[in-house]
Design a protein around this ligand. Structure first.
Ligand code: ADP
Length: 259
């Protein structure tokens, strides 16, 4: 379990946060942000105190996923108050800059913007802070993984061979910086037709399990490609909140309980 893992002593701890879990993917569009949001909400529903930091500076998606509009307020000119959504304490660059203005920042600035959000948000007594990392395994991610006192990382992938090749790089990156990989989440595992219920493995099958076996880590869960997940997300109420008793939410609860 995450709680049992020691954080490297050289890293600065984040006030008000007991455990940090990074959610990463090597590619964009595989559903990382959706997994991060539902993982956070599932942990919350199970009784933990949870925060969600949207570290995707270039393409923040948590404000929309969480259904939050508006600006984060500063508490005393120094700290930012997290925006609360569905019981989660959240922070995103989307609460700090205009929606219309793209974040044109160089690598080092991205890292410092993220560190500011991490260290200057007034997180209040969190068991878990889930970090939705920017996609990719480049310098930015490497620097982040080295600077943030992460307890463990969850790697999200689709079962497609191409995605898996990249996901391998993601796992390797965390190994390089000694961040334990808690496991793999396979998203868009099978498509379930909303009309007839027929299941189809659009992106292939068993990719997540193969990757998990290869690195001797757990397959934390498999999520189908289902229009309801997209609709819930777009409406600002992720699946775990929108339909907590449903089979899709159950799949996200599996991920959170296995993490
Ligand atoms: P990433 O963070 O990897 O870029 P997102 O979480 O933003 O990916 O997901 C990309 C798009 O796919 C979003 O529109 C999201 O609602 C949708 N999506 C993610 N996972 C699923 C799923 N399992 N079923 C259907 N749609 C999904």
């Amino acid at each position: 379990s995450v709680a049992a893992r020691a954080v490297q002593p050289s890293l600065k701890r984040v006030d008000g946060v007991r455990n940090i879990i990074a959610v990463a993917s090597a590619k964009g569009g595989v559903g990382k942000s959706t997994v991060a949001a539902n993982l956070a909400l599932a942990l919350k529903a199970d009784g933990a105190s949870v925060g969600l930091l949207d570290a995707d500076i270039y393409g923040p998606s948590q404000p929309r996923l969480m259904g939050i509009e508006g600006r984060a307020q500063a508490k005393d000119g120094k700290t930012l108050l997290p925006m609360v959504a569905h019981g989660l304490q959240t922070m995103s660059i989307g609460y700090l800059i205009d929606k219309e203005s793209p974040a044109i920042l160089r690598g080092p600035m991205v890292t410092s913007a993220l560190q500011q959000m991490l260290f200057q948000t007034a997180w209040d007594d969190l068991d878990y802070l889930i970090i939705d990392l920017p996609p990719g395994t480049g310098d930015i991610q490497l620097t982040l993984a080295q600077k943030i006192p992460v307890s463990g990382a969850v790697v999200v992938t689709t079962p497609q061979d191409l995605a898996l090749i990249d996901a391998r790089k993601g796992v390797e990156m965390f190994k390089k910086v000694n961040v334990p990989v808690l496991g793999i989440v396979e998203n868009m595992s099978t498509h379930i037709c909303s009309k007839c219920g027929h299941q189809e493995a659009i992106f292939g099958a068993h990719g997540g399990q193969t990757l998990a076996d290869e690195y001797d880590v757990d397959l934390l869960g498999e999520l189908p490609l289902d229009i309801a997940i997209r609709e819930h997300s777009d409406a600002g109420t992720p699946t775990v909140v929108a339909d907590p008793e449903g089979a899709l939410a159950a799949a996200y609860f599996d991920v959170s309980r296995n993490t």
